[in-house]
Unconditional design. Structure first.
Length: 165
């Protein structure tokens, strides 16, 4: 009888431990910062493209900082638009406007790396927004333009498919 009670207590303890462990894991997963969502290039606050409107690249031909009151969430990622009209455009065809490669530098993806971006350094390639690194030492858009764009896009897509899983 003592052995049976000991087994019951051990089984109960193991069950409680498993429940506790699973609840800890689910709490940890729920607390994962948005910066790691889908492998996208997001700061801790989870706003894509450093707050620039993805629609403005297509409509104004340049990156324009969006406004929080015109925020749109798509696949868990927040994008800021500059107006209610842009919100509607984005909602109507979100896939058209979201940046390639999760918002990481397209050239960086082509060399199998994740480079940060300068939201003002961009190129629309085959109808898709591509963002690029630019700092005092490197202009990744210039490097991209010097290369074979078709080859660079294929390399970037292959690396993005690998790192975004």
């Amino acid at each position: 009888m003592k052995l049976l009670n000991s087994v019951k207590n051990l089984t109960m303890s193991a069950t409680l431990f498993a429940v506790f462990a699973l609840s800890s894991v689910s709490t940890t997963l729920a607390a994962t910062p948005r910066a790691y969502l889908h492998s996208y290039n997001l700061p801790g606050h989870g706003v894509a493209i450093e707050g620039y409107s993805p629609v403005s690249y297509f409509t104004a031909g340049k990156g324009i900082r969006g406004k929080q009151e015109f925020a749109v969430e798509y696949n868990g990622v927040t994008y800021y638009m500059i107006s209610a009209a842009e919100q509607q455009q984005f909602r109507t065809n979100s896939e058209k406007y979201i940046p390639a490669y999760g918002g990481w530098c397209a050239f960086g993806m082509s060399v199998q790396d994740k480079f940060p971006i300068d939201p003002q350094n961009f190129k629309i390639v085959n109808g898709k927004l591509n963002l690029f690194l630019k700092n005092k030492n490197i202009d990744a858009l210039t490097l991209w333009n010097k290369g074979n764009e078709k080859d660079l896009k294929a390399k970037a897509a292959a690396h993005w498919n690998k790192v975004s899983k």
